[in-house]
Design a protein around this ligand. Structure first.
Ligand code: RFL
Ligand code: PHB
Length: 395
């Protein structure tokens, strides 16, 4: 390869999604040098539509990264949400039950704010980097190689953070036998749509209906995000906007269906649902963070928030290493992060199981689901369990 260029940094971060950007920004603010690498462009990343609900802990970390100003100005604080079934709304009052709330603010905007802050600080991000690969993570001198514009590069570093999502390279670079994976694939997906229209309700609605699950969410007072459960083999071209709106209406209580206003969609996509965890989340000097280590179905709104709590633990450990010369935080990272990860995996699986129609559901299973929803919305103790997990377990 021609013209190889070498660079040195303290922490090389693979992936410029929310976990890579948040970790990078916290490190930069703390004076720890870092470089972020992503295989795609900045605009491609900003074109992705994903999460929408932030826990208070995530908001706190964005503040710590000095990227929270717009979130506080434009984010929508939500004190509760509705579980709709039996043709009615059953409100879960998050704030009354837990004293906490969540903030509705799109992942795209979180990403944009972190990118802007990074740029303002002058920290290095390299986009459109091909063939990114971590090396020598088990030794004392790890490095990352990549190609850009046909030229090979090498970044020497102290640590590598694998923040490159479920399809990234970091997890795959670990030697077979060093990690164990746990996986559950669900027999349905979510078909999601984004449209510039006022949300049907000012709080989120999670609907359990004989025709399948539906979710009414939003990005702002004028932008709505809706999802419906769909078969795994559903094809986007079979779903015109009209067909989507009709199906959504059928799955909502009548008063919401009547109030629903529609507009042409400007984004429509299908996401499969999966639970996945890799253990451990550290191998030598390589740390797996966020979706690179674990995936949850979106029903509990936990994916991005889990990425943020991983970052919190890893950042704390790295800071301890650089400031105090102690490795106890980074040594504890995998176990500490996984303890919280598994609780969110359990919650997301439980909410998914309770809210969706499974192809093989028996009459017995159906009765159990109905009893669970009734119990959940009529017992304060049960509502509290749901609320405590939804607003986010402490970290
Ligand atoms: P990301 O966002 O996937 O970012 C990974 C980055 O790594 C880059 N990359 C590589 N770079 C270099 N070399 C390689 N070989 C690379 N391979 C990949 C990618 O280009 C990318 O830029 O992972 P990260 O940062 O860990 O963030 C995780 C979150 O994105 C994810 O957990 C959430 O979006 C999940 N999620 C939700 N989470 C919530 O907390 N609340 C929600 O309401 C919520 N809703 C959702 C969701 C995810 C969804 N989909 C589509 C998966 C709704 C949906 C529909
Ligand atoms: C979203 O707004 O995209 C969203 C909200 C709540 C969820 C999942 C996705 O549980």
């Amino acid at each position: 390869m021609q013209g190889r260029k070498n660079l040195r940094t303290q922490v090389a971060i693979i992936g410029s999604g929310p976990s890579g950007l948040l970790l990078g920004q916290l490190l930069t603010e703390a004076g720890v040098d870092n470089v972020i690498l992503d295989r795609v462009s900045k605009n491609y990343i900003l074109g992705r539509v994903r999460a929408g609900v932030l826990e208070e802990g995530t908001v706190g970390l964005l503040d710590e990264a000095k990227a929270g100003a717009r979130l506080h100005a434009e984010g929508l604080p939500h004190d509760g949400f509705s579980l709709a079934f039996d043709g009615r709304d059953h409100r879960i009052d998050l704030h009354e039950l837990t004293g906490r709330r969540v903030t509705v603010y799109g992942q795209t905007e979180v990403t944009r704010d972190l990118m802007q802050r990074r740029e303002a600080c002058g920290s290095l991000s390299i986009y459109d980097a091909a063939d990114v690969a971590p090396h020598d993570v088990d030794g004392g001198s790890p490095f990352v190689t990549y190609t850009k514009d046909g030229i090979g590069h090498r970044i020497d570093c102290d640590f590598i953070a694998g923040c490159d999502g479920f399809h990234g390279t970091s997890r795959r670079a670990l030697p077979e036998g060093a990690v164990r994976s746990f996986e559950k694939v669900y027999p349905f997906g979510w078909l999601g749509l984004l449209a510039d229209v006022a949300p049907v309700s000012n709080e989120l609605i999670y609907a359990n209906h004989p025709r399948g699950f539906a979710l009414c969410s939003m990005r702002s007072a004028t932008r709505s995000r809706y999802y419906i459960q769909c078969p795994l083999d559903a094809k986007i071209e079979d779903w015109s906007d009209d067909r989507f709106w009709d199906e959504l209406r059928r799955r909502l209580p009548a008063h919401h269906a009547e109030a629903l206003t529609t507009a042409p969609s400007f984004e429509k996509s299908i996401a499969p649902l999966r639970s996945f965890v890799t253990e451990p989340m550290r191998f030598g000097r390589l740390f797996l963070v966020g979706d690179a280590a674990h995936i949850v179905p979106p029903t509990g709104a936990k994916g991005l928030n889990l990425a943020a709590s991983d970052v919190h633990y890893l950042f704390g450990g790295l800071l301890e290493h650089y400031r105090e010369g102690s490795d106890s935080g980074i040594d504890a990272y995998s176990q500490t992060a996984l303890t919280r990860v598994w609780k969110a995996v359990r919650f997301s699986w439980w909410m998914t199981t309770m809210m969706h129609r499974f192809p093989d559901t028996s009459d017995f299973d159906q009765k159990i689901q109905e009893a669970e929803l009734d119990y959940l919305t009529h017992s304060r103790a049960a509502s509290m369990v749901l609320a405590e997990n939804y607003v986010g377990l402490p970290f």
